[in-house]
Write a protein that binds this ligand. Structure first.
Ligand SMILES: *Cc1c(COP(=O)(O)O)cnc(C)c1O
Length: 371
């Protein structure tokens, strides 16, 4: 039975996607569960991935990683985006690995290690090789590596990994970033470090640039069964979308030709028709930008949204179909089941599937199946 509003998350699909992708890349794979596991529910997804044998889990923030430990996740966890006031003491206390992007962060982690009387605390160094975002600027690498080597010889920290992130701009741009990463890896070794984990690839690079796999990949979007590519679908990649967003039709109305629909009457019905009300809106993460373009499946019929998507609701034109209050309306799910996909919504809103699933709001209960 469909709830009033509901995001159904198939944990079995996530476990299977992990196995399929892990097998394809052939190297250890860290499973990325940041941002509430891309909107799918961090704790149930992390438990599923741990049970599926994930080599490690990854989050952006330390707080996300701590929440997983508090929920009983034992797998290695890495986090890589820190604020100026982030206290690394809980990371040391909870065996959470930190990737640092500056000498200042390295020193902060070293202080936390010393305060806890911990030794050889593992650290990854995140290096920026082109994106101009998070990560150490390459020209500062020599300084950081020297400092890290000194902390290693004092048995405070141990550089377990070097990481970077590529831009997916073009094969040439990604090759240049990987080449720079290889040079910096050599520089780290010359400084006396011996990082066992070298990781650069997210889902897109892991699938298309075999040389980017190094000793580990970091898989995010693919685990959720969504494609990072414009020109290759989930089905073509052999993965299955895990989230189905659905709701009960909240009202049905027969209207004559010329009826205005929603704010601004951006749509007037061209002929007598039946309109169905879907109780999800931009407060629930439904992109208002998709107004007039998005489609929904009701009882196997694909219906187009008409009029503006509002905060809590939007309208679809079901024509002469026999739609009733309480019928299930599927906004997106697995396209091979004949329903629209998150990719369709992304296209309708001029965005990417990542944004469609991560923005589903707290008012939409998650139901987990397939555990
Ligand atoms: C989010 C993220 C990933 C996962 O990216 P996908 O494209 O979802 O596979 C990998 N690495 C880092 C550093 C990230 O921030």
């Amino acid at each position: 039975m469909t709830l009033f509003r509901e995001a159904v998350v198939d944990l079995g699909a996530i476990a299977e996607n992990y196995r399929v992708l892990r097998e394809r890349v052939g190297v250890p794979a860290l499973a990325v569960v940041k941002a509430d596991a891309y909107g799918h529910g961090a704790v149930p997804v992390a438990k599923t991935l741990e049970a599926a044998g994930a080599d490690a889990l990854g989050t952006a923030d330390l707080d996300e990683a701590l929440a997983l430990r508090a929920a009983g996740i034992a797998a290695p966890i890495l986090c890589w985006l820190h604020g100026p006031d982030t206290d690394f003491a809980p990371a040391v206390a909870n065996r959470i690995e930190v990737a640092v992007s500056s000498v200042e962060q390295l020193e902060r982690l070293a202080r936390a290690a010393r305060a806890a009387a911990a030794s050889d605390v593992p650290v990854h160094v995140k290096i920026d090789t082109g994106l101009s975002r998070n990560g150490l600027a390459p020209e500062l690498a020599t300084e950081l590596f020297a400092r890290a080597a000194a902390l290693e010889s004092e048995r405070v920290l141990r550089v377990r990994g070097l990481m970077t992130h590529v831009s997916n701009t073009s094969p040439e741009d990604d090759r240049a970033a990987l080449e720079l990463f290889a040079q910096l890896t050599t520089a780290a070794r010359d400084a006396g470090l011996d990082p066992e984990l070298l990781h650069a690839a997210a889902t897109a690079a892991a699938l298309r640039i075999p040389d980017s796999r190094l000793t580990m990949v970091r898989l995010g979007i693919g685990l959720y069964g969504l494609t990072p590519f414009d020109d290759e679908s989930s089905a073509e990649l052999g993965i299955r979308p895990a989230m189905t967003l659905r709701a009960q039709v909240a009202a049905v109305r027969r209207v004559p030709a010329g009826a205005g629909v929603s704010y601004g009457y951006t749509h007037r019905t061209p002929r007598p028709t039946t309109l169905a009300l879907i109780p999800l809106g931009y407060a629930d993460g439904i992109p208002r930008q998709a107004s007039g373009y998005a489609t929904v499946a009701i009882g196997g019929v694909t219906c187009r949204n008409v009029g503006r998507i509002a905060m809590d609701q939007f309208v679809v034109d079901v024509g002469d179909a026999d739609v009733r209050v309480g019928d299930e309306a599927v906004l997106f799910g697995d396209a091979s089941a004949g329903v629209p996909s998150a990719d369709d919504w992304a296209a309708a809103a001029s965005t990417i599937n990542y944004e469609i699933v991560t923005r589903i709001g707290d008012r939409v209960p998650r139901t987990w199946i397939g555990a």
